[in-house]
Design a protein around this ligand. Structure first.
Ligand code: ADP
Length: 181
């Protein structure tokens, strides 16, 4: 990527360390499971902080296939919406994990565009209970987002919210690597 693109993406992609339930954006993304009926990790934190209304809406959605995304309102959260996506469970890497993880990011971004949302925050999808190696997963997350933003001009900001220092450093490293900072 040419040097002149650095500033452009620096404005549109941010990496922060924190709790995604506290982030005020148009939509936060939930790393959900196929049932959309709640789980542990970031999913549990979102339902706990957002209240029962989110689960109520989720119950009417009939689940979500891996790699796809569905949207609900955000209950008591500071964001306006929650985009629920389902990343792959990592089973060694030869089970379409890469493609499914890419599609989870892409379909979340597409759904944001479709709903006219401008700012979106992602957790590190699949790298918790679903055990996707974070080095690979962070590369897919950033690559997919950069490619998407190259062809889309309506989304103003994508924020990756990492829960641990280690995860934060890995994502930051990948983004810096990509733009030779
Ligand atoms: P998955 O099942 O897709 O692996 P998890 O929720 O188990 O999803 O983990 C995804 C990532 O979300 C992990 O890196 C985990 O540390 C992180 N996480 C957990 N709680 C939060 C939170 N409140 N905000 C942001 N990230 C979180």
């Amino acid at each position: 990527m040419g040097d002149n693109m650095n500033g452009y993406f620096n404005e549109r992609i941010k990496i922060i360390k924190g709790d995604i339930t506290k982030v005020k954006v148009d939509a936060i993304v939930n790393a959900a499971n196929n049932t959309l009926l709640g789980g542990g990790g970031v999913d549990g934190a979102i339902h706990k902080a957002g209240g029962k209304d989110i689960l109520k809406e989720c119950k009417s959605l009939g689940g979500c296939p891996t790699g796809e995304a569905k949207i609900t309102t955000a209950g008591k959260l500071p964001s306006k919406y929650v985009i629920h996506t389902v990343g792959p469970i990592y089973k060694g890497g030869n089970n379409k994990e890469r493609d499914l993880l890419k599609r989870a990011y892409e379909n979340s971004l597409k759904l944001a565009v479709k709903n006219n949302l401008k700012t979106i925050a992602f957790p590190s999808i699949s790298t918790g209970v679903y055990s996707y190696p974070i080095n690979k997963a962070s590369e897919i997350a950033i690559e997919t987002t950069v490619n998407f933003l190259e062809n889309n001009h309506s989304i103003k900001k994508v924020i990756f919210v990492l829960f641990s220092n280690r995860d934060y450093r890995i994502y930051k490293g990948k983004l810096d690597e990509k733009f030779n900072d």
